[in-house]
Design a binder for this molecule. Structure first.
Ligand code: 5GP
Length: 200
């Protein structure tokens, strides 16, 4: 069985990457598994432990780092966020494609450890639209929104280091474009695997 492909999706807070990932996961043809991150940030209304994140304390998070249990981690807006290694490795070994929805510090770390990972960066149609989406979703305080917009500037600068950049102007079009990227890579990979096993 060939190994699955690791897809890393990033984009500034408010770009809609959560919704994009939900749509990608809803399509069984994509054979996707979403990695659930651990975080020290507070659980928000509407979020579910074990589904949105595994919520933990800074002490527990630090001990996971020390025990080499994290594939990557980063500090974002004062909180730790990280990808537990074990499940990702298991799913990839079982041939599932895995999505990490993570910010760029972590994404670039993943690329340095696993160069075959496909990094996809989602950008908003404009910074004004990004601000509008953050304000309208009404999840963060004004101060938190300002911090996220500030972080967005640095994050957008990292987009050039990704394998692909996709604009989320219209949801279906954005999801379709990412599915094309995913299929392209899976097909190419299957082709390479086939050629490698061919006798000549
Ligand atoms: P939020 O607080 O909005 O849920 O997430 C804040 C940022 O952290 C988002 O950009 C999200 O993609 C990122 N993030 C979520 N999980 C992880 C993770 O495991 N590792 C890293 N590096 N970033 C993460």
């Amino acid at each position: 069985m060939s190994k699955g492909v690791l897809f890393v999706i990033s984009g500034p807070s408010g770009t809609g990457k959560g919704t994009v990932c939900k749509e990608l996961l809803a399509n069984d043809d994509n054979n996707l598994f979403l990695s659930i991150s651990s975080t020290t940030r507070e659980k928000r209304a509407g979020e579910t432990e074990g589904e949105t994140y595994n919520y933990t304390t800074a002490d527990k998070f630090k001990s996971m780092i020390e025990n080499n249990e994290m594939l990557e981690y980063a500090v974002y807006s004062g909180n730790y966020y990280g990808t537990p290694k074990k499940t990702v490795e298991k799913m990839l070994a079982e041939g599932r494609n895995v999505i990490l929805e993570i910010e760029p510090q972590g994404a670039l770390k993943v690329k340095s450890i696993l160069p075959d990972a496909v990094l996809i960066f989602i950008i908003p149609p404009s910074m004004a639209e990004l601000k509008k989406r953050l304000v309208e979703r009404n999840r963060e305080t004004d101060e938190q929104i300002a911090a996220r917009l500030e972080a967005a500037k640095w994050e957008m600068e990292q987009a050039q280091k990704y394998n692909c950049i996709v604009v989320n102007d219209e949801l279906d079009a954005c999801v379709g474009e990412i599915e094309e990227i995913m299929r392209g890579n899976v097909q190419k990979r299957a082709m390479v695997d086939k050629l490698l096993h061919e006798k000549y």
